[in-house]
Write a protein that binds this ligand. Structure first.
Ligand SMILES: [Zn+2]
Length: 67
């Protein structure tokens, strides 16, 4: 019985760790990526938002920004 409870607690703490890791990862990014480009107002594609944490511009505007 005790083993079952231990296992359950272990699984629970693993879940908790996973959640904390996710929160830490989210907080470690300077800022979350924006849905809408600050330059042209177009939606930033999901792939770009995930690839570039904290991005604020679409590819076109980013190129203008960075020159
Ligand atoms: Zn743009």
């Amino acid at each position: 019985m005790a083993d079952t409870i231990d296992q359950a607690q272990q699984v629970q703490s693993q879940h908790l760790e996973a959640s904390l890791d996710r929160i830490r990862a989210e907080n470690s990014n300077q800022e979350p990526s924006l849905l809408i480009c600050q330059g042209c107002g177009d939606e930033i594609p999901k792939a770009r938002r995930e690839a570039v944490p904290g991005c604020k511009f679409c590819v076109t505007c980013q190129e203008k920004e960075t020159g």
